[in-house]
Design a protein around this ligand. Structure first.
Ligand code: ZN
Length: 380
């Protein structure tokens, strides 16, 4: 009897309907399922053969599992898994019992495939050390712990996705539009696309489950998204159920798509939504106009002018009251350096009016304006 060997592509049931497979491919899929069931059965009953083979001089066991292949990678992965589980639980990001519900394979693939700086940013965002003003103030005491866009206090890394500043909200909305366009291009189930879009646009105002139709096939997924929260979703830590739902949809509609690729694309685009918020925020702080000021500094300058214009003239020395005898519109329309000079004079005049010989202490000199300088933060 002569045997002929030829390659049979496996796992094709992930992409094609069963009636589209050849008999050999169908048999391959059936064997895979039976092997999986037999493995589950053996593991639950404990009826498995020893992993230790005869003649092995050295065996490395990690959490009871035998390490094979690249030991360094396996040990690093095991250690990293424990650290991540501890970190997310300790900082109330992911409860330990939900850690394995996250599609970590996708996170690893996406961050491993994007630029190094994007990965660095993602790590900083997750750890909370993304250069927000809540931490910058420890480096520079003059840093004000508030969002440079909406003024919300404090400005932690989590604020990145919740900032309701109108301009940032517009950027957020356009980012979600891009995600929706991509989902449509991937032939995603319109029900899931609409659900994700509504949930993201709500920015935590509604649970995803409340947006589901009664008896929707996505109720379980929505419940898991709610358990993990908006932050996890927008930082790319999506529930593993996304993979299962996409796989079921591919099989139901006979799509020629891969569930894993779709999940990776989703993770990347969710991360990009948060990253665009960060770049917009940094643009506010760093990008300078022709006057050398950032838009945030310009706003604050205008606000300071506005505040000082309401100074009661009687609280100033007589010689300084001319500072308030000007056209309010002129100072509002004046170049930044003129406004800054006027503020300096006003501050000095206020100090002079309250000055008592021998009493000029640290607090009063602190009230004088300092040159506005920004290396990533707002300073007064
Ligand atoms: Zn904000």
């Amino acid at each position: 009897m002569k045997c002929h060997f030829y390659h049979v592509h496996g796992h094709l049931d992930q992409f094609l309907a069963l009636d589209q497979l050849t008999p050999a491919e169908r048999l391959n899929c059936a064997c895979d399922k039976l092997a999986g069931l037999a493995l589950d059965d053996s593991l639950s009953s404990g009826d498995v053969i020893s992993r230790l083979l005869p003649g092995e001089d050295l065996v490395v066991l990690l959490d009871g599992s035998k390490a094979t292949g690249d030991l360094e990678r396996t040990i690093t992965r095991s250690w990293g898994d424990k650290q991540a589980r501890w970190h997310y639980h300790k900082h109330n990001i992911i409860p330990a019992h939900l850690f394995d519900s996250v599609y970590w394979d996708g996170v690893e693939k996406v961050l491993g495939g994007c630029s190094e700086m994007f990965s660095v940013w993602a790590s900083k965002q997750v750890s909370g050390f993304n250069g927000n003003n809540h931490l910058q103030r420890y480096i520079d005491g003059r840093t004000v712990d508030e969002c440079p866009n909406c003024g919300c206090r404090p400005e932690r890394s989590t604020h990145m996705i919740y900032c309701r500043d109108p301009a940032r909200s517009e950027v957020y909305s356009s980012s979600v539009d891009k995600l929706v366009t991509w989902l449509a291009g991937q032939n995603t189930d319109p029900e899931l696309t609409a659900l994700l879009s509504a949930y993201l646009r709500g920015r935590g105002d509604h649970s995803m489950l409340s947006l589901c139709r009664p008896y929707s096939r996505y109720c379980q997924l929505a419940d898991m998204v709610d358990n993990l929260g908006l932050r996890n979703l927008l930082e790319g830590r999506i529930p593993r159920l996304f993979y299962d739902c996409r796989l079921a949809d591919i099989q139901r509609r006979g799509l020629r798509k891969h569930a894993g690729h779709w999940c990776n694309g989703l993770i990347l685009r969710l991360l990009q939504i948060t990253h665009r918020q960060w770049t917009f925020r940094c643009g506010t702080v760093h990008l300078r106009g022709p006057d050398g000021l950032t838009s945030s500094q310009r706003d604050r300058l205008a606000q300071r002018c506005e505040d000082l214009l309401w100074t009661d003239p009687s609280t100033l020395l007589e010689d300084d009251r001319y500072l308030l005898a000007l056209d309010f519109e002129d100072i509002g329309a004046a170049p930044s350096d003129t406004r800054q000079a006027w503020i300096s004079e006003m501050e000095a005049a206020r100090c002079a009016a309250t000055y008592v010989p021998g009493s000029l202490d640290e607090d009063m000199t602190d009230d004088l304006p300092v040159p506005i300088d920004s290396e990533g933060s707002i300073r007064f």
